[in-house]
Design a protein around this ligand. Structure first.
Ligand SMILES: NCc1[nH]cc(CCC(=O)O)c1CC(=O)O
Length: 317
């Protein structure tokens, strides 16, 4: 069976992990690198590439529908909500650390960073959350793959950078830094989780389904439900996070929408029983809209399209 992947270091690490998990279950695979348009035109802003957010995933879908690959591995947070019905998400892997991570040039913590320190991030959500927490810091766009971003920090272009902890874990890089707690830095929906897709009704589907991790599937589903009425997608500052309580009878959910400058925040937070939980999560998502979350997301979207660049949250993979 052939696993298709993008060629970035992180995408390859994620794919090699899936190949290993399948091999442990007696399934041999080979890896095929697909050069996507998204990878080809890294100098262009995201919206200039056909498909925008989700472009990388869609390109791999096309290759799969053409029959050239049997399995594809994605960072789940980059997958568009609407998926081709022929390509189900057969496995949601056990979640890695879902939180954001602050790496600073000299190990300084967020609390200790002097005023006017420059923080690099390509995520509008992270930028808004940092501005809310420390309005005295300066956020600057930071593009490039995870390796490029670390190089830019080392070169001293930034005092600190923000990224997903999971990306570093998957690369096997143990770096000193600070995990940002979800209460202040609510992560992107499905952050830290890898999903595996195949065509429906294939041998690959049967093999990959053994890798599905029920708890991770549940929490990622809740995170999507919470923000499903907002629109705007992952280019606007939206966070959503869910975790099961230790007895697994309840689920703690948290979602927020921010203005780009971080001054306005709309947020919902609740512990809901698993029984009837989906319906409750939908209602909570509706409340997020009523509280003004949709207005904030729409306003952010308008601002972004006025601004020719600095919109993408997508090359940082
Ligand atoms: N935005 C791009 C992206 N997609 C997935 C990851 C990291 C791994 C993950 O969250 O699954 C990243 C990089 C980042 O946000 O720092």
């Amino acid at each position: 069976m052939i696993i298709g992947t993008r060629g970035s270091q992180l995408a390859l690490a994620q794919t090699e992990n899936v190949a290993r998990l399948l091999k442990e279950r007696g399934v041999e695979t080979s890896i095929k690198i697909i050069k996507t348009n998204g990878d080809r035109f890294t100098d262009r802003p995201l919206h200039a590439i056909s498909g925008g957010v989700g472009a990388f995933v869609r390109e791999l879908d096309d290759v799969m529908l053409a029959g050239d690959i049997d399995i594809a591995v994605h960072s789940m947070k980059d997958m568009p909500t609407v998926r081709p019905p022929e390509i189900p998400t057969v496995a949601v892997l056990e979640r890695d650390t879902p939180f954001d991570f602050l790496l600073t040039y000299d190990g300084t913590t967020l609390e200790e960073l002097p005023e006017q320190s420059i923080i690099g991030t390509s995520s509008l959500r992270r930028a808004a959350q940092i501005r809310r927490y420390r309005p005295d810091l300066i956020t600057q766009e930071l593009r490039g793959n995870i390796d490029t971003r670390l190089r830019k920090l080392k070169e001293g272009q930034y005092d600190g950078i923000l990224l997903a902890k999971a990306g570093l874990e998957r690369m096997g890089w143990e770096l000193e830094g600070e995990i940002l707690p979800p209460g202040f830095f609510c992560p992107s929906p499905n952050q830290g989780t890898v999903a595996v897709v195949t065509r429906a009704g294939t041998e690959a589907e049967a093999a990959v389904s053994k890798l599905d991790h029920t708890e991770s599937r549940i929490v990622t589903e809740f995170e999507r439900i919470l923000i499903s009425e907002l629109g705007g997608g992952c280019t606007t500052p939206i966070g959503s996070y869910a975790e099961l309580t230790p007895d697994k009878k309840e689920i703690k959910v948290l979602a927020e929408v921010l203005s780009l400058d971080g001054r306005e925040v709309v947020r919902v937070e609740e512990v809901i029983p698993m029984i009837g939980g989906i319906e409750k999560a939908r209602k909570l998502g509706h409340r997020l809209v009523e509280l003004g979350g949709k207005r904030l997301a729409d306003e952010a979207l308008l601002q972004i399209s006025k601004d020719a660049c600095g919109t993408d949250n997508f090359y940082d993979y």
